[in-house]
Design a protein around this ligand. Structure first.
Ligand SMILES: [Zn+2]
Length: 211
């Protein structure tokens, strides 16, 4: 199997390999760390309001592949999934389903919220090669490690909680007195204890948000 950087996979998914805009700087790409002879100037590659400088690598230019990936605003504004064969924008419903229904690897999933941030910048070398354990990005949470068994366990608990009228806010912060009362009366205190254990877990938070 080919080992792709995230920009390489996305460029491949759109069949853009032969159309990459090339310049003449020789050196190392600050995004993927690969050597290039056709690099772009850094200041031409990143937008004026770019704030993730600390996440960049040592280098002097941006390679044509990373340049193309970074220039396309769709990657920041939209939720999407990329594979070797396809780049697909996800609508609201697909956004909720994609983690449970991932494509064959290699793939990468990004979930946007308002479309402002570029959390995938930390995932240049984290394309997914497994359906059960992989990194994906969510605009509000950044880079998240998905483990299917754990995620499915979380989803079961979350669905059970929602069916008992526990709110998403409670799943993320704290329970209302009303919920404690209900739990004592109906005997689901164990469920509340279980939820408490997961509240600070990023994967938990994302699944609550997407359920
Ligand atoms: Zn690069």
């Amino acid at each position: 199997m080919n080992v792709y950087t995230l920009p390489e996979l996305v460029v491949k998914s759109k069949s853009q390999e032969l159309l990459l805009p090339k310049k003449h700087i020789q050196g190392k790409c600050i995004l993927c760390s690969k050597e290039t002879e056709q690099g772009h100037r850094v200041k031409d590659s990143l937008s004026g309001n770019f704030t993730n400088w600390s996440m960049l690598n040592k280098g002097n230019c941006v390679c044509p592949t990373c340049y193309t990936f970074f220039k396309d605003q769709v990657h920041r504004r939209k939720s999407w999934v990329a594979t070797e064969k396809e780049f697909r924008i996800l609508d609201k419903e697909e956004k909720k389903e994609i983690l449970w229904n991932v494509p064959d690897p290699p793939f990468f999933i990004h979930i946007a919220h308002t479309g402002q941030k570029q959390p995938w910048i930390t995932c240049i070398h984290k394309v997914s090669y497994s359906k059960n354990k992989f990194y994906f990005t969510h605009e509000n949470f950044g880079e998240i490690f998905f483990e299917r068994e754990k995620a499915e366990h979380f989803r079961t608990i979350i669905k059970e909680a929602l069916s008992k009228k526990i709110t998403k806010t409670e799943l993320l912060t704290q329970f209302r007195m009303k919920t404690y009362e209900k739990a004592w009366k109906e005997g689901f205190e164990d469920l509340l204890e279980e939820i408490k254990k997961h509240r600070k877990n990023l994967l938990w938070e994302v699944i609550v948000t997407l359920t």
